[in-house]
Design a protein. Structure first.
Length: 123
């Protein structure tokens, strides 16, 4: 599914630091922790805590944030609907990465076990 160019541009310019507190509020409201959120972000992006903190302090855009990331090989296992759109059908790479993160945050907030959120193999 194609994202309108104006929407894609707006999301690319959006500051990761401006959205991060909203992610924290969402998961904490549902009884999860910011540490769990950070674990999800590290898993998806391959960034360590220091790199995430740098992006937050620098007010990096989503484009800059995801340019610095190495998406987890299992990120393609993230499926489902977010904002009325199936994440696996999003054509633009940046928008898909942002929606992957949104989907993981939603799953975390809904109480899904961390092993499932992180697409860990079943033992």
């Amino acid at each position: 599914m194609a994202t309108p160019p104006a929407t894609l541009e707006r999301v690319a310019r959006m500051s990761f630091a401006s959205v991060y507190p909203l992610y924290v509020a969402k998961v904490e409201k549902k009884g999860r922790t910011s540490a769990e959120l950070d674990e999800v972000i590290r898993w998806l992006t391959g960034l360590d805590d220091a790199a995430i903190a740098r992006h937050l302090a620098a007010q990096s855009t989503f484009a800059e944030f995801f340019d610095d990331a190495d998406l987890h090989p299992n990120a393609s296992l993230i499926t489902g609907v977010i904002c009325g759109v199936r994440v696996e059908e999003i054509e633009e790479p940046l928008m898909q990465k942002v929606r992957y993160l949104d989907k993981l945050v939603d799953e975390l907030a809904k109480g899904r076990p961390m092993q499932k959120v992180l697409r860990a193999p079943v033992a």
